[in-house]
Design a protein around this ligand. Structure first.
Ligand code: ZN
Length: 239
């Protein structure tokens, strides 16, 4: 796998900038002991510990390549949360456009895949090929072209959570319990379809991923009803 982590010199420079941005904004918010460093979380998340006028941040290193303005926006949103408990969305227009950029994806998608322990890193399974399923969905006109998306079977088979995706990283996982000749191919295709719809929807800061409109689109899949039945049965009894 291609290594997209920056060289140590660049990493140090980025860490200094991060500490600098959080430091100056933190002083405006009344803190005098501030630390901020990048942390290699698998998901895009950040954590903090606050005690009096002291605050320590661990910031997702997926933000490592971001411009100073993006870091400033992000720091501003976090301080609002830390100091005032504000639930305001962290996704400012500048942060959103960085997260949706090709630069973000080419830097971070390989890193995310490397950190995802339950992915086979292969679209080709024992019985079915998810890349073929994607092409079939595309030919049926059900999904758009998504050239950057990566499709994987999971290593461990999960019966309840048959698919998931990272919209940010354009990575889709389909449970390996569906990669079985005893389960018709349309079932994994349907699960893949569901996840590709999420990727097409992009970031949804309001968290409303499965609204009525989503389910209407989901039901455009010609085998949705049978697929749902299969998934219900498999949840109880594996094939
Ligand atoms: Zn979903």
């Amino acid at each position: 796998m291609e290594d997209t982590i920056c060289c140590p010199g660049e990493t140090l420079e980025m860490s200094t900038e991060l500490a600098d941005v959080f430091g100056s904004l933190g002083r405006e918010h009344g803190y005098d002991d501030i630390a901020a460093e990048f942390a290699p979380y698998k998901e895009f998340k950040s954590t903090w510990r606050r005690s009096g006028r002291s605050v320590r941040f661990q910031i997702s290193d997926y933000l490592g390549g971001a411009d100073r303005e993006v870091l400033e926006d992000f720091a501003g949103s976090l301080y609002e949360r830390v100091s005032r408990g504000a639930r305001r969305s962290i996704y400012t227009p500048r942060l959103t456009s960085w997260l949706m950029s090709r630069e973000f994806l080419s830097r971070n998608q390989p890193l995310y895949l490397e950190r995802s322990r339950n992915l086979s890193l292969d679209h080709c399974g024992k019985a079915y090929d998810l890349q073929e399923a994607y092409l079939s969905l595309r030919d049926q006109g059900l999904v758009c072209n998504c050239p950057d998306a990566v499709f994987n079977w999971t290593v461990r088979g999960n019966r309840m959570r048959v698919g998931y995706c990272s919209v940010l990283m354009q990575v889709i996982a389909v449970s390996s319990i569906l990669d079985n000749a005893a389960v018709p191919s349309f079932v994994s295709e349907y699960v893949l379809y569901h996840e590709i719809l999420h990727i097409q929807d992009g970031l949804r800061p309001d968290g409303r991923h499965h609204d009525k409109e989503f389910h209407e689109r989901e039901r455009q899949h010609p085998r949705w009803r049978e697929s749902e039945e299969w998934l219900r049965r498999l949840a109880v009894r594996p094939a």
